[in-house]
Design a protein around this ligand. Structure first.
Ligand code: SAH
Ligand code: SF4
Length: 342
C-alpha cells in the first residue's frame, strides 16, 4: 500500500491497529507533507520499531527517476519516473519569474487518442492512483524545499485525461489541499480536459476553486472531430454549452487551449469563428504553437500567423495569450508538457 494513497483517517486507523497511539499518525502526516520526508528512515521522531513497521507495511518512494532533462536555459526540468509496475510517467517543473509550476500526469497513456498528441498516440495503459498523483507533487516539493523554494502552481496537463480519472484526481487535489498537510491552495491547481461534458458538469456542480482549462483546438465538428475523437461523443455545441453553464454556476473564468497548427487552425477564418463561438463567455484563450510529434504531420504555426490569430480574437473582445514552448529542447514537449499557464 502506497502511503500517499491514504487519507489521514485511513493512516490513523492503520497506525492504531498496530497498537500505536493516534498521535503517531499526526507525526507521520507532518513528516510526509510538511517536512517532505520520503523514506521511513527520515522519521527520526518515531520509535525505531514503528519506523521499521512503516518500512515493511507501506510503500514510500514509488517514483524512480529514470531520466532527468534540464532545458538549456536551466528553467525547465523534466523527469521521467518509473512506477513499481514498470510503467513510466513524466512530470515537469517550470521556473519562470517567481512561479514554480509543476505539470503532472494523471494516467499512463491516454484513451482519448488526439491525433496531434504524443500521449494520445501511445494509447491508454492505466489510471494513476490518487497517491501516484500526489507523489509527483511531493517529489518536486522536496526538491524545491532543499533549495529553500516552493511549488506555486500545479497543472494537470501531463500525460492523461484527468476527467477520465475523475475520482482519483479530485482525491489527490483534496489530499494536497489538506490544511494539516501540504496545504496547497485549490486556486493554484489547473485541470485541463479534452472536453468530457458530463465531468465538466459534475465539476461545475461541485463548485471547486480549482481552475478549468478546456482543450478546444477547432470550432467546427469536422475539423475538431478529425483531431480529437472525443468530439464525436460530445460535439462543439454541447461542449460550449457545458462551459457556459460552468461559468454561470461558478462565476469562474475558463481557459481555452488552442495548439496552433500551420494552415489548419491558425487561419483568420478559424480565429473569427472562435471569437464568435466564445462571445460573451468569461474566458481566455491560450494559444500555443503545435509541438510537432512523430505520429502527426502538422507543423507549428509561425510567429506572424500566431500574432494575426491573436489580434483577431482581441479585436473581438476575447483575451488571448500566445504561449512560447518552454523547454522545447528537452521535449517537455511530450506534446503537452510545454508551458501553457500564466
Ligand atoms: N488530457 C488533457 C490534459 C493533458 S494534455 C487535455 O487534453 O486537455 C495538455 C494540453 O496539451 C492540452 O491542451 C492538449 O491539447 C495539448 N497538447 C497535446 N499535444 C500537443 C502538441 N503536440 N502540441 C501542443 N499542445 C499539445
Ligand atoms: Fe489525451 Fe489530452 Fe493528449 Fe488528447 S491531448 S490524447 S486528451 S493527453
Amino acid at each position: 500500500m502506497l502511503i500517499y494513497d491514504l487519507d489521514f483517517a485511513a493512516l490513523t486507523q492503520i497506525v492504531t491497529a498496530w497498537g500505536q497511539p493516534a498521535f503517531r499518525a499526526r507525526q507521520i502526516w507532518t513528516g510526509l507533507y510538511k517536512n517532505f520526508w520520503q523514506s521511513p528512515d527520515e522519521f527520526t521522531n518515531l520509535p525505531l520499531a514503528l519506523r521499521e513497521k512503516l518500512a515493511t507495511e507501506l510503500q514510500f518512494d514509488i517514483l524512480t527517476p529514470t531520466l532527468k532533462l534540464d532545458s538549456s536555459d536551466g528553467q525547465t526540468r523534466k523527469t521521467l519516473f518509473k512506477l513499481p509496475d514498470g510503467r513510466q510517467i513524466e512530470a515537469v517543473l517550470m521556473r519562470y519569474d517567481r512561479r514554480r509550476t509543476l505539470c503532472i500526469s494523471t494516467q499512463v497513456g491516454c484513451a482519448m487518442g488526439c491525433t496531434f498528441c504524443a500521449t494520445g498516440q501511445m494509447g491508454f495503459t492505466r489510471h494513476l492512483s490518487s497517491g501516484e498523483i500526489v507523489a509527483q507533487v511531493m517529489y518536486y516539493a522536496r526538491l524545491l524545499h532543499a533549495e529553500k523554494d516552493v511549488v506555486t502552481n500545479v497543472v494537470l496537463m501531463g500525460m492523461g485525461e484527468p476527467f477520465h480519472n475523475y475520482d482519483n484526481t479530485m482525491i489527490a487535489i483534496d489530499r494536497l489541499n489538506d490544511s494539516e498537510g501540504y496545504n496547497f491552495g485549490a486556486r493554484r491547481f489547473t485541470i485541463s480536459t479534452s472536453g468530457l461534458v458530463p465531468a465538466i458538469r459534475q465539476f461545475a456542480a461541485e463548485k471547486r476553486q480549482v481552475n478549468l482549462a478546456v482543450s478546444l483546438h477547432a470550432t467546427d465538428d469536422g475539423l475538431r472531430g478529425g483531431m480529437m475523437p472525443i468530439n464525436k461523443k460530445y460535439n462543439v455545441a454541447e461542449l460550449i454549452e457545458a462551459c457556459r453553464d460552468y461559468v454561470e454556476a461558478t462565476g469562474r473564468r475558463i481557459t481555452f487551449e488552442w495548439a496552433l497548427i500551420n494552415g489548419v487552425n491558425d487561419t483568420p477564418e478559424q480565429a473569427r469563428k472562435l471569437a464568435y463561438l466564445l462571445k460573451g463567455l468569461l474566458c481566455h484563450v491560450n494559444a500555443i504553437p503545435l509541438n510537432p510529434t512523430t505520429g502527426y504531420e502538422g507543423k507549428a504555426t509561425t510567429h506572424e500567423r500566431a500574432l494575426a490569430f491573436q489580434q483577431i480574437l482581441e479585436q473581438n473582445g476575447i483575451p488571448c495569450t500566445i504561449r512560447i514552448r518552454r523547454g522545447i529542447d528537452i521535449q517537455a514537449g511530450c506534446g503537452q508538457l510545454a508551458s501553457r499557464v500564466e
